[in-house]
Design a protein around this ligand. Structure first.
Ligand code: B1M
Length: 228
């Protein structure tokens, strides 16, 4: 579609709309060009991410839910989203700020969704955290090994399925059994979660989105360091 359009001629609001359509259609090359064009126009990387890529993925999510899109199309959209995120990642991370804490994050066992987790990791890096991202499908043993290795202040867990979110409880219960629960700030997130669930599994907090994940991680680090 965007082959026939010179994106440089489009006003920014129409370019954002086109970007959402191209994300929906899984056009990774076009997404890369559009992200670069929006950045060249001076748009903040965070706005390119939320107003372009995330907004496009919201529509994909609705049509996936309603049976209009299927897994192969959603995978193409995810690939296009990742191509755009790859450009934004270094920009979001380049603050030059001193490291304010260490975080281990991963998507839980049985779950292969990673776009939201990657976004949260990026934003944490941008806020000055050192982030060790374990990727997808993590067993409790993998979380424990990473905690042992990196000695993080914060453990982050992501789940996008109602069938995988209960695994967060398995991880937290294991941390308790090992006597290390109190050494960690445990933050959880993902579309099907909510505050009540986080409270129920005894996580420290639920983070609705990446921006909240940054605020929450900072707040808990201030409390830990006694600077709040
Ligand atoms: Co899946 N999928 N999917 N999927 N998929 C959902 C989650 C679903 C809601 C779609 C739907 O029905 N509307 C549905 C779950 C239903 C349910 O459990 N109630 C679903 C399903 C059913 C499935 C399969 C079972 C489909 C099938 O095979 N029949 C299958 C499961 C595979 C598995 O994991 N075992 C599956 C597969 C896939 C793809 C592989 C095709 C692809 C994933 C590609 C990838 O991630 N690399 C995919 C996608 C893309 C989606 C949707 C469309 C989009 C998810 C996404 O990336 N959103 C999704 C629909 C939806 O969520 N609306 C859907 C964009 C992202 C920026 O948002 O991930 O919510 P999100 O992250 C946010 C916040 O949640 C939060 O911050 C992020 C940024 O603001 N957050 C955290 C997330 N993690 C956090 C961790 C934190 C803090 C905040 O730590 C502290």
């Amino acid at each position: 579609m965007s082959d026939e359009i010179n994106i440089k001629d489009l006003p920014t609001d129409e370019l954002l709309e086109l970007m959402q359509e191209d994300l929906y259609d899984g056009y990774a090359d076009e997404i890369v060009e559009e992200v670069e064009e929006l950045l060249a126009r001076g748009m903040e990387p965070y706005d390119v991410l939320t107003k372009g890529l995330v907004a496009g993925m919201d529509v994909v999510g609705e049509d996936f839910r309603d049976g209009i899109l299927f897994v192969p199309e959603v995978l193409m959209a995810a690939k296009a989203m990742k191509a755009g995120m790859a450009i934004l990642r270094p920009l979001l991370a380049e603050t030059g700020a001193p490291r304010i804490g260490t975080i281990v994050i991963g998507t839980v066992k049985g779950d292969i969704h990673d776009i939201g987790k990657n976004l949260v990791s990026m934003m944490w890096e941008g806020a000055g955290f050192e982030v060790f991202d374990l990727g997808i499908n993590n067993s409790v043993e993998e979380y424990l090994a990473a905690i042992q290795e990196h000695q993080p202040d914060i453990l982050g867990m992501s789940a996008l399925l109602t069938t995988t979110m209960p695994y967060m409880r398995v991880v937290i219960d294991t941390l308790k059994e090992k006597g290390i629960r109190q050494d960690l700030i445990v933050l959880v997130g993902g579309a099907p979660l909510n505050e009540a669930f986080a409270e129920d599994i005894e996580a420290d907090a639920y983070c609705r989105d990446a921006a909240v994940a940054v605020q929450t991680a900072k707040k808990f680090m201030q409390i830990k360091q006694g600077t709040s």
